[in-house]
Design a protein around this ligand. Structure first.
Ligand SMILES: Cc1cc2nc3c(=O)[nH]c(=O)nc-3n(C[C@H](O)[C@H](O)[C@H](O)COP(=O)(O)O)c2cc1C
Length: 353
């Protein structure tokens, strides 16, 4: 059983030991030379904190509202696919772990668990659904209706993977198709193909454009968030299409290598969006101080991708909960040491580039 205080480096090593080799590679790999995957982590460390002293930091308020839902932590679980590679209960275990600590879980399109079953694990915490647009709009629409019906409260459209990236490591140690990695929520969907990989069966292969986004915002009963934005001008255009949230993300460096890191571009996106939408960020967040920096730079919340999967593989739902609790505690300590007693007190002046 993992304890609340988790050594993330040790947990990662432990996760590698317990996962099958192809599952580990699927979880860990970045695209091409894996430069972005590594630089995401380092980029947060390059920002320096400018702590305030002599502030009242006994009571710390970490509550936040995300698209109208009140949460006690600004830490969310990022959408990641194929959780049955990491635990027999798959996405249900992840959802349970997040719910146990009141954290928001963003469920991926790519998983072998039905949205109806994940929704049952919600507890008191909200859940969002992440979508890859599919070629047939109405079948996508039907999936959105199912998500809305069972209580998912926002839709996250991922846009940074119009075609799959290339991972030499994953090519050497591939995940073999099986029921464990079937995207069950999309059954009945035609298979999207691309010129790059015409035989590939699966999701995320259908390039999406701003017209599709407008359609989606109009069609979807839930507020729409766009995930995978790295530029202020793109963020502005998404907002013009009616989206309510922007996720600054480079997909953990899994598709296009050598992009800018999310830490570097967060402030640009925040400035472009202003008060028109909420901004969230993921990529390489491994410390409470990283979270404090992200929030000080204007993010409303952060998402963790790989760390919850390490927890999931080692200790199921409890492992996910332990990772989230640990990161939350680190964030609270960093806030206290910075002289900030609420998320509102995490302002831009706390960070020096
Ligand atoms: C194993 C794995 C699977 C992922 N699957 C998805 C996915 O299905 N949809 C999506 O939008 N992002 C996916 N991502 C990207 C994450 O949502 C997130 O952007 C990224 O992992 C954040 O970086 P971090 O892992 O350094 O925290 C995946 C990431 C990983 C590691």
């Amino acid at each position: 059983m993992l304890r609340d205080s988790v050594d993330l480096d040790a947990l990662e090593q432990n996760a590698q030991r317990v996962m099958r080799p192809e599952s580990w590679v699927f979880c860990d790999t970045g695209a091409d030379d894996e430069i972005t995957a590594k630089e995401n982590v380092q980029a947060w460390r390059k920002f320096k904190l400018r702590p305030r002293v002599l502030r009242d930091i006994v009571e710390i308020d970490t509550s936040v509202s995300l698209l109208g839902a009140r949460l006690n932590t600004p830490i969310m679980v990022a959408p990641t696919g194929r959780h049955h590679l990491f635990h027999t209960d798959g996405e249900r275990a992840t959802a349970r772990g997040a719910a146990a600590v009141g954290a928001l879980y963003v469920m991926s399109t790519s998983g072998a668990t039905l949205v109806e079953d994940v929704a049952k694990e919600r507890g008191g915490a909200p859940q969002w659904f992440q979508l890859y647009m599919q070629p047939q709009r109405e079948e996508t629409g039907q999936l959105l209706d199912r998500c809305h019906k069972v209580g998912f409260s926002a839709l996250v459209l991922t846009v940074d993977q119009p075609v799959p990236g290339w991972s030499p490591r994953a090519a050497r140690t591939p995940v073999i198709p099986s029921d464990k990695v079937r995207s069950v929520n999309m059954i009945g969907q035609p298979i999207a193909k691309t010129a790059y990989d015409p035989d590939r069966k699966g999701l995320a292969m259908f390039p999406t454009n701003f017209k599709d986004l407008e359609w989606l915002v109009h069609r979807c009963a839930m507020p729409v968030v766009v995930k995978g934005v790295l530029r202020g001008d793109d963020a502005g255009r998404c907002v013009d299409c009616g989206v309510k949230g922007i996720m600054v993300s480079n997909h953990g460096g899994r598709h296009l290598d050598t992009t800018v890191t999310t830490a570097e571009v967060l402030a640009e996106v925040v400035e472009a969006v202003g008060a028109s939408a909420e901004v969230y960020v993921d990529g390489g967040i491994r410390r409470g101080t990283d979270i404090v920096k992200a929030l000080a730079l204007g993010a409303r919340a952060v998402l963790l991708g790989r760390p919850p999967l390490w927890g999931l593989s080692v200790d199921g739902a409890d492992g996910v909960a332990a990772v989230l609790t640990h990161m939350h505690q680190e964030m609270v300590r960093a806030m206290q040491l910075c002289g900030a007693n609420s998320l509102a007190a995490l302002t831009r002046d706390l960070v020096k580039a």
